[in-house]
Design a protein around this ligand. Structure first.
Ligand SMILES: Nc1ncnc2c1ncn2[C@@H]1O[C@H](COP(=O)(O)OP(=O)(O)OP(=O)(O)O)[C@@H](O)[C@H]1O
Ligand SMILES: [Mg+2]
Length: 238
């Protein structure tokens, strides 16, 4: 295994410029290793989504450098960054973001079509991923015919379809009841661990965060704590 971190942030700040400029992230430094499961927690407005957007190359920092597998993104063109997003990253959002006019199967197939994966391979991969999230019997359903938890499991199958190196999830269980939340999280974790995929999960729910290998807690745009051991965190929560 390579010792180059999959992600590294070096003195990263994000200033939202505008009528009232706001420093949402203030000089953040950390590294994430391959296969690590990292939870990002913190109060509303602490900078979690801003951080995930930077890690997911959906936005660029105002200062500092982000390295993906050792490559600094500031030196890349927008097209090169878009290629990284497509080829190496998988996203899961609170609002599911499924295409409403496509079936479950087509939703999972779509990112592979964009990547020109041959039809037979696309179908095999879509079936494999939908089976992995327990939805083999819902392939031809429309998203509107699914429960919230099922929709999120389609979104997971879709995120995994391009064989990403990193899954970035922003409150993926925010719209789900506690039982569905647990199922969705268990599936994300099992699939990513099985495939060596790094998980970066934003969550408000401590009972989900404690499953992570590491918890980065943000406050006012800064890292308040960065804890690696579950047991250590559990003790602090008591
Ligand atoms: N486009 C923007 N322009 C100006 N300020 C912004 C912008 N986006 C976010 N902010 C501010 O930056 C701060 C961090 O926002 P962010 O969305 O990262 O918070 P969060 O930790 O994800 O919160 P939540 O738990 O509510 O989702 C907030 O104070 C927010 O108001
Ligand atoms: Mg947020």
């Amino acid at each position: 295994m390579s010792s180059v971190p999959v992600l590294k942030l070096e003195n990263v700040s994000k200033l939202y410029d505008g009528a009232t400029p706001f420093l949402a992230l203030d000089n953040i430094n950390f590294e994430i290793a391959k296969g690590e499961f990292v939870a990002i927690t913190g109060p509303s407005g602490s900078g979690k989504s801003t951080m995930l957007h930077l890690l997911g190359c959906l936005d660029r920092p105002s200062k500092g450098e982000i390295y993906i597998a050792g490559r600094p993104i500031s030196r890349m063109s927008d097209n090169q960054v878009a290629d990284i997003r497509r080829d190496e990253l998988g996203f899961v959002f609170q609002a599911f973001n499924l295409a409403p006019t496509l079936t479950v199967f087509q939703n999972v197939e779509l990112p592979m079509m964009i990547k020109n994966v041959p039809k037979a391979e696309r179908e095999k991969e879509a079936r494999r991923n939908l089976a992995a999230v327990g939805l083999a019997s819902k392939l031809n359903n429309m998203p509107s015919q699914l429960s919230g938890g099922e929709k999120q499991r389609v979104a997971i199958a879709r995120a995994l379809a391009n064989r990403p190196k990193i899954i970035l999830a922003d409150e993926p269980t925010g719209n789900l009841d506690s039982k569905s939340s647990r199922l969705v999280m268990d599936q994300i974790e099992a699939l990513c661990r099985d495939r060596g995929i790094t998980i970066i999960l934003i969550t408000h729910e401590h009972n989900l965060a404690v499953d992570a290998d590491r918890i980065i807690h943000l406050k006012d745009g800064r890292i308040e704590s960065d804890m690696r051991k579950k047991s250590q965190f559990r003790r602090l929560m008591k």
